[in-house]
Unconditional design. Structure first.
Length: 169
């Protein structure tokens, strides 16, 4: 009788490999989550910057600023269709919104194609879940600078540096 050769892995060897994979995953997961939050925050800054650019182009035609995202599409495609599908844009873990700014007055005379031009606006990007989808909130107004609040709450108008609020651009 010829003895059989053992082939394959023992249970101990398999458990050791699974444990090593678990340790590597535990080390890599926080870095992956931070990278995802960083990407979400970069997308939110990009969205706020795109709204600011669209508002300045809109103001050249309408002599005022749009109070809602849909107006930026209706008045002449100043903003891409994916950003003007509704009153609030939900994108990359952030809620992006546009509203009339503090003290905004609707212009009495509207240029052709303009339906609600006002004297100011505020665009905000707020994380859905602070600490999970992002840690910072962003805002801009007719001056074009982008502000951040480290607590995840949109910076209030008028923007002033101090505490958890600072300018990023």
């Amino acid at each position: 009788m010829v003895p059989r050769r053992a082939q394959g892995f023992t249970l101990i060897e398999l458990l050791l490999v699974v444990a090593i994979i678990g340790i590597v995953a535990a080390i890599a997961l926080p870095g992956l989550l931070r990278a995802r939050m960083s990407g979400n925050e970069a997308a939110a800054i990009g969205s706020v910057r795109a709204i600011s650019t669209a508002q300045h182009a809109y103001s050249g035609q309408c002599n005022g600023y749009a109070p809602v995202l849909t107006e930026l599409k209706a008045a002449g495609n100043f903003l891409s269709p994916d950003m003007t599908s509704g009153a609030v844009l939900v994108k990359s873990g952030y809620s992006v919104a546009l509203a009339a700014g503090a003290g905004s007055l609707v212009l009495a005379v509207q240029n052709a194609g303009c339906t609600a031009a006002g004297t100011s606006y505020i665009a905000t990007a707020v994380p859905w879940s602070v600490g999970s989808t992002g840690t910072r909130a962003f805002a801009t107004d007719e001056r074009g600078a982008i502000w951040q609040d480290m607590t995840g709450v949109a910076p209030p108008q008028p923007f002033t540096a101090g505490g958890t609020v600072s300018i990023i651009q």
